[in-house]
Design a protein around this ligand. Structure first.
Ligand SMILES: *Cc1c(COP(=O)(O)O)cnc(C)c1O
Length: 505
């Protein structure tokens, strides 16, 4: 025991006695367990208004004096349970936001308790090694070389930005000062919006994003067109540096032809980045298509464990083929840090030298625990089941006379409600399209507000469609089976309110 000197003691209100921590902590865990058990019986969302939510918060400004922890936690738990949109609900099927795994919830608590700073190895010895191991396991899972560089970041956007910056630094290193004015980036219009942010934020406003055309009849890139664009741009003095392929687009789950894109990028000396924020883990499925397996040929990959690995928000992961590229882009060593390894043979990994953040939380723990809890087998089974459930939704929509199944990609099904009155209305196709687009905007809002199921939308061939994404280990067969009926019931009610010819019946 360290001698603590005089008996003079400070009272810090943030400190909590062990007994109090146990008492309020156990109460909170009990409340969370009951909440999780009761999730399926709650509405997916109470769909509150901003004013209604604000009215539930404490009145006035910052409280002058404190409140006991037990009372605070009990109130906060009730507020959150009753007023949140439940992303863990079995019929939450919107965007790509996953149900979070209970092991990850507990992992976050444990990480916060120890609170390592995963910027520097010396401040987080075991946490940094766990992060290194988790990065390797994720690479292994998605078929990327496990000896790669990589780190945890806040999510898919941050992972894509990190890879983008590493690629950009690699091409500009040693190039003339004005070289960045000629950089050209290639991505299909189906690429997630991070690419526009990246090109807008990280260039000097002169970097250009060139859309890769979609191959006929689909949502994936035309690799031949990519090759032609790269050659044409180079011959006119530009510097093609990065092509982005999606391993599962955010809209419809389409996988770009990554094998052909890797061939093009290898031949043309262009960095291939794969945005696998949604779909990369599907590369672990037995019999995964060759284009998912081609993730292994990319120069960098973004993976998002808070999506299809069911980690609680936030956890993204950037993987770069060569760790030295990350160091070259991000490592600066200020005089006030003394974090360099003394032991050359067994170097310490400092993650602050590999990404945008300085102080870093222990995001890897919840993912490390989640991967070990499920094992590869468990992960593969859950992903396979999510895909099968989306296929079931697709099938049920195809069978229903008032629904049209549109696309099915990975675990995303898109579909439309087709009011029977429309066919009988004799409207010209463009008038019918305008009517139906207006109907869908309202149908989506009504479905979401109903609390029965929460879906989102996509745009396929320029048309608004409804979209169910199963990234949810709590979704079960009955949920998939009832979804089409819920959509049709709300669709009929709306169509009855406004008929195709604009007349209220
Ligand atoms: C979700 C998603 C992103 C963005 O990830 P965040 O975790 O929301 O930052 C990027 N690309 C794709 C394909 C995605 O599905």
């Amino acid at each position: 025991m360290t001698d603590r000197g005089s008996s003079e003691r400070r009272h810090a209100v943030a400190a909590m006695s062990g007994d109090e921590f146990r008492r309020v902590g156990h109460e909170l865990v009990d409340a969370i367990a009951a909440f999780l058990e009761g999730l399926p019986d709650r509405p997916v969302t109470p769909w509150p208004s901003p004013a209604a939510v604000r009215a539930l918060l404490p009145d006035g400004g910052l409280p002058e004096s404190g409140t006991p922890a037990g009372e605070l936690l009990e109130g906060a738990a009730r507020l959150l349970f009753d007023t949140s949109l439940q992303t863990g609900h079995p019929r939450f099927l919107a965007y790509i936001t996953a149900s979070s795994a209970p092991i990850g919830m507990l992992g976050d608590l444990l990480a916060a308790a120890v609170n390592p700073n995963c910027g520097a190895w010396q401040l987080s010895p075991v946490a940094s090694e766990i992060e290194r191991q988790t990065v390797r396991w994720i690479a292994e899972l998605v078929g990327f070389p496990a000896g790669c560089g990589g780190l945890f970041v806040s999510g898919g956007n941050a992972a894509n930005f990190t890879c983008y910056l590493a690629a950009r630094n690699a091409v500009l290193r040693g190039a003339p000062d004005d070289a960045d004015a000629t950089l050209v980036v290639y991505a299909t219009p189906e690429t997630h919006t991070w690419i526009e942010k990246a090109v807008g934020l990280f260039g000097r406003g002169t970097e250009r994003l060139r859309p890769i055309p979609l191959a006929a009849g689909g949502q994936a890139a035309d690799a031949g067109a990519l090759r032609a664009m790269i050659r044409e741009d180079r011959s006119s003095g530009d510097r093609p540096f990065l092509a982005v392929g999606s391993a599962g687009t955010v809209g419809t789950g389409a996988v770009d032809p990554l094998t052909a894109m890797a061939d093009v990028c290898t031949e043309e000396g262009v960095w291939l980045h794969v945005d696998g924020a949604y779909g990369a883990p599907a590369a672990a499925l037995p019999g995964a298509p060759a284009d998912l397996l081609a993730i292994g040929r990319a120069d960098s990959v973004a993976v998002d464990p808070h999506k299809w690995l069911y980690a609680p928000l936030e956890a993204g992961c950037a993987l770069v083929r060569d760790d030295a590229t990350l160091l070259a882009a991000f490592s600066h060593k200020p005089p006030y840090y003394r974090f360099d390894s003394v032991e050359e043979a067994d170097p310490q990994t400092n993650f602050y030298e590999r990404g945008l953040q300085n102080s870093r939380g222990f995001r890897a723990l919840k993912v490390w625990l989640g991967l070990r809890h499920a094992g590869r087998e468990g992960i593969v089974t859950m992903i396979r089941d999510d895909c099968a459930l989306a296929a079931r939704i697709h099938e049920r929509c195809r069978e229903h006379p008032e629904l049209e199944a549109i696309t099915l990609g990975l675990s995303i099904a898109t579909f439309r409600y087709v009011p029977p009155a429309l066919a009988a209305s004799g409207l010209a196709p463009d008038e019918a399209a305008t009517y139906i687009d207006g109907l869908y905007e309202r149908l989506l809002a009504r479905l979401q507000a109903s609390g029965e199921a929460f879906v989102s939308n996509a745009v396929v061939d320029g048309r608004f469609v409804l979209r169910a994404c199963v990234c949810n280990f709590r979704t079960d067969w009955p949920d998939a089976d009832v979804l089409p009926g819920i959509v049709v019931r709300h669709g009929r009610a709306l169509a009855a309110e406004r008929t195709p010819d604009g007349e209220a019946p």
